[in-house]
Design a protein around this ligand. Structure first.
Ligand SMILES: [Fe+2]
Length: 282
């Protein structure tokens, strides 16, 4: 029977979106699901973990936010000047508190990349994973390296020269299809024989379309593979209510931030856009 595979990423603690995507996927009944990380950093981490753990035939790779959660001794981090730094530490502490102890072990056991039948799966880009020396900070302890690194990911408008290394890595696997997430902006791009697909985000789309995103990979009768990006409209009320009911969520203490997060869910545009709008209005 021709093969069908579901690929999804960047759930970010939005269990309402994940539930809707589960239902959409279940109707299609793919043989396997691949989840590309950034699972829990958001308002309902445990709801997402419980949903995901109830699935069968699913494989995971870890995302950067999952790795942040696994960084030991966050209170001992070297001092850094990034403005988001302190808030991010609080966010990870909050997320950990809202999960069960074993859930961190579940994340820890996930690999950084997976290769399956000519399809390659990573969170941001496999190049980071294969060549960490390209981004490691000198003088920072090994256990903190991931904390200070945030990949730009793979964007649709990247010039082909910027993708030279990635394409060489795909050939070396060999993989003719690459699936990533991380930018929350889905796209499908073909370069020669290669297909690069960003599957977008289930829980926090940022391409101006608030519907949850996931990708279906289908084997065609001629042996070729077709990739389609699917968007799922869902009832946002449960997650919006959770935003309203969680003023203690780290970052929400900033003026306008709770409202900006809400608008991000409603519009599919980053909270920064809405925070700037509210500043202009006031
Ligand atoms: Fe990410």
């Amino acid at each position: 029977m021709p093969e069908k595979i579901a690929v999804l990423s960047d759930i970010h603690g939005n269990s309402a979106a994940l539930q809707a995507v589960c239902e959409d996927i279940d109707q299609i009944r793919p043989a396997r699901k691949f989840v590309l990380g950034d699972l829990v950093a958001g308002l309902d981490p445990l709801g997402c973990v419980e949903l995901l753990q109830s699935w069968s035939d699913v494989s995971y790779v870890r995302g950067n936010a999952d790795l942040y959660l696994l960084t030991p001794d966050l209170n001992q981090l070297p001092e850094r000047a990034e403005p988001m730094h302190a808030e991010l530490i609080q966010m990870m502490a909050w997320t950990t508190l809202h999960m069960r102890a074993g859930d961190l072990d579940w994340l820890r056991a996930m690999p950084d990349m997976l290769l399956w039948n000519g399809s390659w799966f990573a969170h941001a880009t496999p190049v980071d994973r294969l060549f960490p020396e390209r981004w490691r900070l000198p003088g920072v302890e090994e256990k903190y390296q991931e904390w200070f690194y945030h990949s730009q990911g793979i964007r649709e408008d990247m010039a082909e020269e910027e993708l030279t290394m990635l394409l060489a890595c795909m050939r070396a696997q060999p993989a003719s299809r690459l699936f990533v997430g991380h930018t929350h902006t889905p796209f499908l791009r073909r370069i020669g024989e290669m297909q690069i697909c960003n599957v977008g985000s289930v829980g926090l789309p940022l391409d101006g379309d608030p519907r949850a995103s996931w990708v279906l990979l289908e084997e065609m009768p001629d042996g070729d593979y077709e990739i389609s990006i699917r968007r799922v409209a869902y009832d946002m009320n449960p997650i919006l209510r959770l935003v309203d009911a969680t003023p203690e969520y780290p970052g929400f203490e900033r003026p306008g931030m709770q409202q900006a997060y809400r608008k991000m869910l409603e519009t599919g545009l980053h909270w920064r856009v809405h925070l700037n709008d509210s500043r202009k209005e006031s």
